[in-house]
Design a protein around this ligand. Structure first.
Ligand code: EMZ
Length: 385
């Protein structure tokens, strides 16, 4: 098996029952595995809510490490829309030429640095640095801020030893509180300042609400982007012909981005809490229990995707749900897509080939399923063009 390959642990369960089951801190989860069912449940926000106790829709549950509600992610319609309407334009800035130029400069800079070295550990020396520097564009804060974030490591709520690290989370919360204070004292053109000046439903946003938006912005796009960048580099290391193909056919870059995101599905699943007794695939779901929308499984659904376990760079029909579906589609998707597109463009310009020297998989255990989400480390040698 190739090191960059990502298997589909859900295939049998998806075909046999459409469901999977896992425990998570004594709050079990019924996992919805098929694309059609995932879409149906995502659409039905009245029965399957996001606005439950803060942290409960995340798997592993974060109820023990935070009380702040992440916004708009843990808010249901109709309030959800008022928040999205407010912040969507800001999160669409990656479509602007100036943003794209700065992002290109960041990604080229990261590659220029690692190309000086004989070997590169991609997770810590490339993906984490790239994600952190790119985040300064999304927040519109000084590039030097990224040095602090790089020191936090790949996940802000997880450490090497525990899946949920309250002390580590506290570092993020304290940092965000201090930044909100800073923006209050001297407002600028950053996201904190924008939120401090914003009103929702006729009232200025509270600091707790602003904190909720900022925690989401930091946490939601961290390990997901890092895994996506690392997986992409691993993939092209083992498929040099595809790197050459993109160089010859740059018009398929956008399709390739969608296909890599479908295949690697960096966010395995997201939970919801049932507000009433319901049933999925003839299975009873009790009120106040959790289900999950398993994006990673849905994205390999053989009823929808031909050869679901192959990366088909120019896949024609690709209705993947890697960025979620319905009301709660990913707020950071424009930024994430722009990172991936730029990464591919920089790679085809700069690299001839990539050789994997050493790697260790990052595996999630989800009840009966084990899923590779990326790498704990991936050491490569880049060969320049
Ligand atoms: C939450 C989540 C959002 C959660 C779309 O995903 O990402 C996770 O990585 C965080 O731990 O708090 O932000």
């Amino acid at each position: 098996m190739k090191k960059s390959e990502q298997s589909d642990p859900f295939a049998t369960a998806r075909v046999e029952t459409g469901l999977g089951f896992m425990d998570d801190q004594n709050d079990p989860v019924t996992m919805v595995l098929g694309l059609k069912d995932v879409r149906k449940c995502a659409h039905n926000w009245k029965t399957y809510q996001s606005g439950a106790k803060p942290g409960r829709i995340v798997i592993p549950s974060e109820v023990n490490i935070r009380e702040t509600r992440q916004i708009p992610f843990e808010v249901d319609p109709p309030e959800h829309k008022t928040y999205r309407d407010l912040i969507d334009p800001w999160f669409k800035r990656p479509l602007e030429a100036d943003y794209q130029e700065q992002l290109t400069a960041i990604i080229e800079g990261v590659f220029n640095d690692v190309l000086q070295q004989p070997e590169t550990e991609v997770v810590s020396q490339l993906a984490l640095v790239l994600q952190s520097r790119a985040l300064t564009l999304l927040l519109n804060t000084p590039m030097s801020d990224s040095e602090t974030w790089i020191n936090w490591g790949t996940h802000v709520f997880r450490s090497d030893t525990t899946a949920l690290d309250g002390d580590k989370a506290a570092i993020l919360y304290d940092y965000i509180e201090a930044q909100i204070e800073r923006a209050e004292q001297s407002p600028g053109n950053d996201l904190y300042s924008l939120l401090l000046q914003s009103k929702v439903m006729g009232k200025p946003m509270t600091k707790e609400q602003i904190k909720g938006v900022m925690i989401l912005t930091f946490a939601g796009g961290r390990d997901t982007v890092i895994n996506m960048v690392t997986n992409t580099i691993g993939y092209f290391a083992e498929h040099p012909e595809d790197l050459h193909r993109l160089r010859d056919e740059p018009s398929i870059i956008n399709k390739s981005v969608e296909e890599l995101i479908r295949y690697f599905s960096p966010l395995t699943q997201m939970g919801r809490v049932a507000t009433e007794d319901a049933s999925i695939c003839e299975h009873a779901v009790k009120a106040d229990t959790r289900i999950s929308l398993c994006w990673a499984s849905a994205n390999r659904d053989e009823r929808v995707f031909e050869n679901p376990n192959d990366v088909v760079l120019d896949r024609k029909l690709n209705p993947h749900v890697a960025f979620g579906f319905g009301t709660h589609n990913c707020l950071g998707a424009t930024h994430a897509r722009q990172i991936l597109q730029t990464l591919l463009s920089v790679m085809i310009n700069k690299l001839d080939s990539i050789a994997i020297v050493d790697s260790k998989d990052n595996i999630e255990t989800l009840g009966e399923f084990k899923r590779k989400v990326g790498f704990d480390h991936l050491t490569v040698q880049f060969k320049q063009r």
